[in-house]
Design a protein around this ligand. Structure first.
Ligand SMILES: *Cc1c(COP(=O)(O)O)cnc(C)c1O
Length: 357
């Protein structure tokens, strides 16, 4: 990272690989052959920036987008124009009526009451979400008939449900949810169906429906935490080394002196910390890279700084040199942090300058 004049830039950047997102979208189309691939861009496209990411997915072929709430929907509408439908997962709330109208959003209706309010009010296109076993959002199966009767006034565009255990292909709940959903399908003949998130896309066809709803796969995280991701990571942090120091054998590093040198080591201090979304827990097993060389975190992650043991990088480790995090190590970094790529991506802080390539 340098200025045009060659000066090193002392700020961390988040490099978002839009080409990788496009390829991941195409990959999902191939994997779910013939099924329409929608794009889940909630939480600012999993932290990567919905305003930049959504148009790329539109050009890749996505015509249906999912966001969590109406304010996210308004951002996506500005980004994609009028050629796509934007579904709001958190339901219909009359307080959102204006933003929904202004941005032509379609609520994902989760309760009979919401359906009544929607049909008595805006009454535009909507999706109906049924809870088939996750006990999270969605109409309970016991209200299928009641809700189908209310929906007779205006059919939904889409009926959907969400898997609790799609990342565990052998889990019995997957088959149970598919079977319960077939009763929903029977109650809404001719209405398009949607079941699968990213992990569901890796299950067989019965788990897909007419439209799949991948999120994490688009950004390259592993849908199954126990397996290597078949998708390309779209997020790499680049940050410069601010200072190099020599740690004598027995010396310690960082708050609490939790790390100590078992031999003479070279340490690098980089401009990145938990204020940028790096987890404090990442000190056990988290690493960055200088070129291809892995450089492990040494001691506690602090707010704005991380100390790395860069001994293995030799002369390449010098002030101003770029250290990369995430990228192909996204899932490994998440595992070292005791979490998933989902949480790593959505916590990436606002201080990281988003750079789109
Ligand atoms: C977040 C979400 C998705 C996308 O999930 P991924 O695991 O990221 O693919 C799909 N459907 C619903 C209802 C969601 O809340």
């Amino acid at each position: 990272m340098t200025t045009p004049s060659g000066d090193a830039v002392p700020y961390p950047q988040l490099i978002v690989d839009l080409g990788a997102i496009r390829r991941n979208y195409a990959r999902l189309q191939t994997m779910t052959s013939g099924t329409e691939v929608a794009a889940v861009v909630k939480a600012d496209a999993y932290g990567l920036g919905a305003a930049a990411v959504a148009p790329v997915l539109l050009h890749a072929g996505a015509r249906h987008f999912f966001v969590a709430n109406a304010h996210e929907g308004a951002v996506v509408r500005s980004a994609v124009g009028n050629d796509a439908e934007i579904f709001v997962l958190h339901g219909y709330w009359p307080a959102d009526a204006r933003v929904i109208a202004r941005s032509s959003l379609s609520p994902v209706i989760n309760t009979a009451e919401q359906l009544g309010n929607w049909l008595a009010g805006p009454a535009g296109p909507y999706a109906l979400h049924f809870d088939t076993g996750m006990n999270r959002l969605g109409v309970p199966m016991s209200e299928l008939r009641t809700v189908a009767d209310i929906a007779a006034r205006r059919a939904p565009e889409l009926i959907m449900s969400h898997f609790a255990c799609a990342d565990e292909p052998g889990h019995a709940l997957n088959a149970t949810q598919i079977e319960r959903f077939s009763a929903v399908r029977d109650a809404f003949p001719g209405v398009r169906t949607s079941l699968a998130n990213s992990a569901g896309c890796l299950l067989d066809r019965a788990a897909h429906g007419d439209l799949v709803r991948p999120g994490i796969a688009l950004y390259g995280g592993a849908p199954r935490a126990t397996e290597v991701s078949p998708f390309e990571s779209a997020a790499t942090i680049e940050t410069p080394i601010l200072q190099i120091r020599a740690a004598r054998s027995g010396g310690t590093a960082g708050y609490g002196a939790t790390w100590s040198a078992d031999s003479d080591r070279t340490l690098a201090i980089v401009a990145l910390g938990y204020a940028d979304g790096m987890f404090r827990a990442a000190q056990q097993g988290g690493y960055g890279r200088i070129g291809d060389v892995k450089v492990p975190i040494a001691g506690r992650v602090s707010m704005d700084l991380i100390t790395l043991d860069v001994t293995a990088a030799g002369d390449a480790a010098k002030a101003g040199e770029t250290v990369r995090f995430l990228g192909p190590d996204l899932d490994a970094f998440a595992a070292a942090s005791g979490t998933l790529a989902y949480e790593v991506l959505t916590r990436l802080g606002p201080r990281l300058e988003r750079v789109y390539t």
